[in-house]
Design a protein around this ligand. Structure first.
Ligand SMILES: [Fe+2]
Length: 277
């Protein structure tokens, strides 16, 4: 049975080497750090991270598990994950509901899966394998998709709900991804929030998105949109969120802009969580 962590981490950012010094400099204003799981497979002695992890908690966020692919999890991946989970102190860890490699070929992108029973079974089986390695909460994240996969038989919210509930895992809800998908695929994001198991949401991602021609794209390269903050506000008053990460990967002129967003999001989280209680 899924038991949500009672650790509430606050508001953090995703780690990149380029902003390592800035994070250290502003460490008292950042509640926790999210680091790509795979970084610990290869980069075991990062000087920035060594300093950061002495001060603030860590969550892991994977990119290459490829839960949606029709192939077993590679043993090397499982070995690396097990040794990382036992050597670093993370509050929880997560992955995307996607395919990132097929038959050993890495696509280096998060590809969507077909919303159907076969995908659900594949993802549930792999998620259970991962969860058998640890007692820590494991979360699956909704991704953006810019085309509909063939053979989809259900809508996105119903698909994600089946995946999360049958896996008996937690959810990382990327509110920006939800907003982007709702615009590109013409649905109501608030309806989506009504359908998914909100009690299983542990972590939230927020980020910026931008139009590329006539499509909204999850760029992580601009400020969080006000529509996304509105959705987040609604979510905070309806779900017990344990941590929020602002994902910013590029186009950041001044690190203090990111710190301003951390403060703003922390304020929304506190005020609206209080209103829920
Ligand atoms: Fe995300």
């Amino acid at each position: 049975m899924f038991i949500k962590t009672d650790q509430c981490l606050g508001v953090g950012v995703n780690f990149r080497n380029e902003i390592g010094n800035d994070i250290i400099h502003h460490i008292n204003e950042i509640d926790f750090i999210e680091v790509n799981t795979e970084r610990f497979f290869v980069d075991k002695n990062n000087l920035h991270l060594d300093k950061i992890l002495k001060k603030i908690p860590l969550v892991l966020h994977g990119l290459t598990l490829s839960v949606g692919a029709d192939q077993p999890i590679e043993q090397t991946y499982l070995d690396n994950l097990s040794s990382t989970l036992s050597s670093v102190n993370c509050a929880w860890f997560s992955e995307h509901i996607s395919m990132t490699s097929i038959n050993g070929i890495e696509v280096r992108a998060l590809m969507p899966v077909s919303f159907n029973e076969d995908s659900i079974e594949r993802i549930v089986n792999k998620t259970k394998t991962i969860m058998s390695k640890t007692d820590k909460n494991f979360l699956l994240e909704n991704i953006t998709y810019y085309y509909s996969m063939p053979n989809s038989k259900m809508n996105e919210a119903a698909f994600i709900t089946e995946v999360i509930e049958r896996s008996d895992c937690g959810m990382l809800l990327d509110v920006n991804n939800l907003y982007v998908n709702s615009i590109n695929h013409h649905y109501d994001p608030y309806d989506f929030l009504e359908q998914i198991p909100k009690e299983r949401i542990v972590e939230v991602h927020l980020a910026g998105c931008d139009y590329r021609y006539d499509m909204l794209v999850d760029t992580h390269a601009s400020q969080i949109k006000k529509e996304v903050l509105e959705l987040f506000k609604y979510l905070c008053s309806n779900a017990d969120i344990k941590g929020v990460v602002i994902e910013r990967d590029s186009n950041l002129d001044s690190f203090s802009d990111l710190i301003d967003e951390v403060r703003l999001v922390r304020d929304i989280l506190k005020k609206n969580s209080r209103a829920r209680n």
